[in-house]
Each structure stands twice: as structure tokens, then as C-alpha cells.
Design a binder for this molecule. Structure first.
Ligand code: HEC
Length: 375
């Protein structure tokens, strides 16, 4: 049985001879023309008519994808899913995302470059190339330049190929059979895997103890000895000697306006900004029932659902005084509290505060309905 032919190879003794032969052999169009040389030769890819590698494009796409992925992840985490204001900065502070974007760009790009080259373009795992089993390989890895006509798809016309190579000046012609792929024996494979695993373990273990035993080798020493502020520690940096400092006077938390009104009289001028729609009243009712009703009663008449142990007496908000109370004064009590009534500034949003003021008006009017209300 004759082996299937992979290629006919011929050797040249100089790069120039090889380059001169390439166009002559290619002109015969007998098969794929491939060169094997001891070192890269300028211009050979043009002579062989090789296309530009698509790897650059693949890496470009992967890099952009990496940057976009990092940007998307960080935007999603810090502006959508778990928004936390840090140092008063906007939630989507893209400048802070750049390092991770850079890292994912590099990560995606290098993995694509490495794996794309090895697996896609070089078609690994590829255990044995026919040329590696040839006699010519000894010359190719030293000082000879080989030109091969390889069968592309169909059968190769060995005689025509040999004649073409010889005509172009090749010597030491050789016919290479198709290599039968031979995966490495299992024990060889498992031995390499074991070797890599043991090396990793040993390297990791040595690194672990190195860092554990010598954590402050220079230049790390300087980082540990630098002047810095430790929580609860004294500090010479500030006049009062404390490491921890209150925010600068006048600091305003993002999303909260300071409440500067000091007295109920001042608050009386405030105007309820919400319209009296049923939606707003529904919201006010929810707040009332959840927050205020326990003390002031479901109807606002000052009958609490609390035991006498509570001690204080919640105001009867159905009383004349409170029916004539301006909205702003009620709002003020919710903001700052009064005696036994705690402040609800932190528990309710501004809309909820004004909505419950509207709802209190509804309760008052319902309990003090006049004849005109029926019309
Ligand atoms: C823990 C019980 C408690 C809760 C809950 C409570 N209050 Fe009060 N509230 C009181 C007490 C006690 C007073 C009487 C304070 C005083 O005059 O000493 C009072 C007084 C008031 C007054 C009269 C203030 C004044 O100027 O005399 C208003 C208005 C008021 N509450 C509204 C509300 C609203 C609205 C809510 C729900 C957001 C609420 N309260 C939740 C206990 C409570």
C-alpha cells in the first residue's frame, strides 16, 4: 500500500536561491507552496502570497470587548445595583473605572492573542508535522532552505512537482508521506501534568513562607513606617490631637439638603409642595398607619395603641389647635420631633413627610365634617 503523499520537498543552499525559486514554482500551480527556513526571511510572505494574519483584528476586537465589559460591570455595580456615594463623587465616575478597564483590555487581548494563535491559527494540538520527520529537517534547522509543494486537498502529482522543484534549482528532493497523528502516550502526558502541578505547589509554598517570614523587606519597610492616620489613634497632624475628625463644617451629604429652620413659627411659612391627589393621599395614609398611628391613633385623635407604660401623651391632632395648625408646623414636628415625639427626618423621604401632612388634613376633615362637605 502506498502512503498518501503530503509534499515534495527540495533544498536550496541560500536564501536568495530560495526566493528566486518561489515564483517559478508557484507559477506551476501544482499545490500549496510552502517554505521552511532556519530564520525569518524578509519579503517571503509576499513571495509566497500569504494573507495577513487575522490575529491583529481578533486581538483588537477582544481588547475593545474587554474594556467595554469592565466599563459595563463597574457601571452596573456602582451606579445601578449597589449605589454607594464615595467621597461625594458621582455614582458613575468613569475615571475610577479606568484601571480595571485597562486590565480587562489587556487580559482579553492577551488571551485572544495566545489562544487564538495556538488553537485557531496554528491548529494545536497538532502532534507531528510531516516535515519534522523528514531528512530535510536536519538541513532546515541549520543552513538549508527548503521549498515544498504540498497537496492541497486532492492528490499531488509527485513527478510534476519533483520536476518543477528541480527545474527551479532544488537539490536533495524528498517525498514526504502524510504523518499519522500520534497523540503522546498517556503516561507521558500524565507525567508532564504531574510535573507542572508539583512545580506550582512547590513555588506557591515557597512564596507563601517567604512572604510570611519576611513581610517587610525593603522597599516595603518605608510603606509600613510612613506617617499615617490610624482610626482612634492620636495624631500630631491636627490641633486637637485626634486622628479621626468630624467633617468640615457645612459639609452636606449627597442627596440631603440641610434643614435650617429652627422654630415652628419660622416653619409656619412652609408650603406643602405636593398636590392633593389620591395617589399622594394613599402614600400619606401608608406613612400614617406605619409610623404615626401607633401613638396618635388611626384617626389622629391621640388614642395610642401603646400601653400606659409608654408614659408620654401623644397630642390629639383632632383638636382645634391642630386643625388650625399651618402645614409647615406639622412638617417641622416630623423633622425635629417634640419632647417625647422623636424626629422622623431620617426615616421618611421629603415626599413622605408632606404626603402624611396632607393625609392628616383628610383625617381632621373627616372627623369634623360640615354640612357643606356633603354637597
Ligand atoms: C412614639 C410616639 C409618636 C409617634 C410614632 C409620632 N408621634 Fe407625634 N407626638 C407624640 C407625642 C408624645 C407628642 C406630644 C409632644 C408634646 O407636645 O410634648 C406628639 C406631637 C405631635 C404633633 C403636635 C406637635 C405640636 O407642635 O404640639 C404633631 C403635629 C405630630 N405629633 C405629628 C406626628 C406625625 C405626622 C407622626 C408620624 C410621622 C407622628 N407624630 C408620630 C408622639 C408620637
Amino acid at each position: 500500500m502506498t502512503d498518501r503523499v503530503f509534499a515534495v520537498v527540495g533544498l536550496f543552499s541560500s536564501a536568495q536561491a530560495l526566493m528566486d525559486a518561489i515564483p517559478k514554482v508557484r507559477a506551476r500551480t501544482l499545490g500549496t507552496v510552502e517554505a521552511y527556513t532556519p530564520y525569518p526571511i524578509h519579503g517571503i510572505e509576499d513571495a509566497l502570497g500569504l494573507r495577513r494574519s487575522p490575529l491583529g483584528g481578533m486581538v483588537m476586537v477582544a481588547g475593545v470587548l474587554g474594556a467595554a465589559t469592565a466599563l459595563f460591570f463597574q457601571w452596573w455595580m456602582s451606579a445601578v445595583d449597589y449605589p454607594i456615594v464615595v467621597g461625594g463623587k458621582a455614582l458613575f465616575s468613569w475615571q475610577a473605572f479606568v484601571p480595571i478597564m485597562f486590565e480587562l483590555t489587556v487580559l482579553f487581548a492577551t488571551f485572544t492573542a495566545g489562544l487564538g494563535m495556538l488553537l485557531l491559527l496554528n491548529r494545536l494540538p497538532f502532534f507531528s508535522h510531516p516535515v519534522l520527520a523528514s531528512k530535510a529537517i536536519a538541513g532546515i534547522t541549520r543552513d538549508k532552505f527548503a521549498l515544498a509543494i504540498e497537496a492541497d486537498g486532492g492528490a499531488l502529482d509527485v513527478d510534476a512537482a519533483s520536476a518543477a522543484l528541480r527545474a527551479a534549482g532544488a537539490a536533495d528532493l524528498e517525498v514526504l508521506p502524510v504523518a499519522v497523528a500520534q497523540p503522546p502516550a498517556l503516561n507521558e502526558l500524565s507525567r508532564s501534568v504531574m510535573g507542572i502541578a508539583i512545580s506550582c505547589l512547590v513555588a506557591g509554598y515557597v512564596m507563601y513562607w517567604l512572604i510570611k517570614l519576611f513581610p517587610v523587606l525593603p522597599p516595603m519597610v518605608h510603606m509600613q513606617e510612613q506617617p499615617r492616620l490610624d482610626v482612634y489613634k492620636a495624631s500630631e497632624l491636627f490641633k486637637d490631637g485626634h486622628g479621626m475628625q468630624l467633617p468640615v463644617a457645612g459639609t452636606v451629604a449627597r442627596g440631603y439638603l440641610p434643614y435650617l429652620i429652627e422654630s415652628p413659627e419660622q416653619a409656619a411659612a412652609l408650603v406643602n409642595p405636593l398636590p392633593r391627589t389620591s395617589e399622594v393621599l394613599q402614600k400619606g395614609r401608608t406613612v400614617w398607619n406605619n409610623r404615626c398611628g401607633v401613638c396618635h391613633g388611626a384617626l389622629g385623635n391621640g388614642v395610642p395603641t401603646l400601653t400606659a407604660a409608654y408614659g408620654a401623651k401623644p397630642a390629639n391632632l383632632q383638636a382645634q389647635t391642630f386643625r388650625e395648625y399651618p402645614d409647615g408646623k406639622i412638617y417641622h414636628v416630623i423633622m425635629v420631633g417634640k419632647n417625647a415625639m422623636p424626629s422622623y427626618a431620617a426615616d421618611l423621604t421629603d415626599d413622605e413627610r408632606w404626603a402624611v401632612v396632607h393625609y392628616l388634613r383628610v383625617l381632621q376633615r373627616a372627623q369634623n365634617a360640615k354640612d357643606e362637605d356633603l354637597k
